[in-house]
Ligand binder design. Structure first.
Ligand code: ATP
Ligand code: MG
Length: 319
């Protein structure tokens, strides 16, 4: 079978809350599946079922061809898991944590120490490895969590919102770590609230809402659905906003919007428009303090797919 993991119609209820309402998720070996969804969508619940930490109420899931309920112990041997539930002990040093996990995985002490040293080095934690984990910054802590999930060299790794709350530099570090794992042949399930992150890392993306997949495809498919990218321009001289708006309208072939004072935005299909825009602004002698091309936010994706904002979706879940 070519799927590294495959979940079909998973259902999970907590009391009156339906966390998963028949979700389907799958990734081929060596690929990254991005699971994109707002708070409460069911991402962590799905990951916990695939990690054998939670039993589904309905549906089925297999990892490396093994059933997550009937062959839970075998499944655990091929997966690595990081997230809120990662088992890092605050009182132990980074190194002690990794060695302990190695020993729990039946490595000899010497092997466990060698593996810990290797991971600490790969994750830029060699120095910090001698300090208690309690003293780590948020970014260091995330890296240690991820290293802890990799001690056993898993074929498949689940990363549950690995960059939420990290600053852009630390986020980039984390992205590079994920890319390295993938280059080594690891299959990754990545949950995230950022389309930009799923776009940067995932081969395919499943957008989830209320415990179900509401859209699935490659990042390119998804961006196409939600209308490509958005250009944002803020002229240095606010008096020239009208001219900028006219140029944008002509290039994008649709009416731009002004989400804030002195800024104008417009969705575009490809990035060719951007180059032309730079030329036109230059020719008109219009200086800018902001000029960017960005992907739609999760909010915009959501709005396009469901007609609701993520906040509205949250309130419904809470209600
Ligand atoms: N152990 C539990 N007991 C009761 N309700 C739960 C439990 N775990 C999850 N839920 C509920 O199930 C729904 C899905 O939660 P889940 O944690 O899977 O969402 P999520 O997509 O991971 O959200 P976030 O982005 O906030 O991490 C939510 O309504 C949540 O409150
Ligand atoms: Mg979660």
């Amino acid at each position: 079978m070519s799927y590294a993991f495959e979940a079909e119609g998973l259902v999970k209820r907590f009391g009156t809350t339906t966390a998963l309402a028949g979700i389907d998720l799958a990734a081929r070996r060596g690929q990254v599946l991005g699971v994109l969804g707002p708070n409460g969508a069911g991402k962590t619940t799905a990951v916990r079922i695939l990690a054998t930490l939670l039993r589904p109420d309905g549906g089925r899931a297999a990892v490396a061809g093994m059933d997550v309920v009937r062959q839970a112990a075998d499944v655990r041997r091929v997966i690595g898991l990081t997230g809120q539930y990662a088992s890092v002990d605050e009182d132990l040093t980074g190194e002690e944590n990794l060695v302990l996990i190695g020993e729990l995985l039946d490595l000899r002490r010497r092997e466990a120490k060698a593996r810990a040293a290797e991971l600490l080095r790969d994750f830029g934690l060699s120095e910090a490895g001698r300090r208690p984990a309690a003293t780590y910054s948020g970014g260091m802590r995330r890296r240690l969590d991820l290293a802890a999930g990799l001690v056993g060299r898993p074929q498949i790794i689940y990363l549950d919102e690995p960059t939420t709350g990290l600053d852009p530099v630390k986020r980039d570090d984390m992205w590079n770590i994920v890319r390295r794992l993938v280059a080594d042949g690891t299959t990754v399930l990545l949950t995230t609230q950022y389309l930009e992150e799923a776009d940067a890392l995932a081969d395919e993306i499943s957008v989830v809402d209320h415990g179900k997949v509401i859209a699935h495809g490659t990042p390119a498919d998804l961006k196409h659905v939600v209308g490509g990218q958005t250009i944002i321009v803020r002229p240095s001289d606010p008096a020239r906003l009208g001219e900028v708006t006219a140029i944008l309208a002509e290039l994008a072939g649709r009416e731009p919007e002004s989400p804030g004072r002195g800024v104008v935005t417009v969705p575009v299909e490809g990035d060719a428009v951007f180059t032309e825009l730079v030329r036109r602004l230059d020719r008109a002698g219009i200086g800018v303090t902001e000029l960017s091309l960005r992907l739609p936010s999760l909010d915009e994706v959501f709005f396009t797919l469901t007609g609701r904002t993520t906040t509205e979706s949250d309130e419904e879940v809470a209600a």
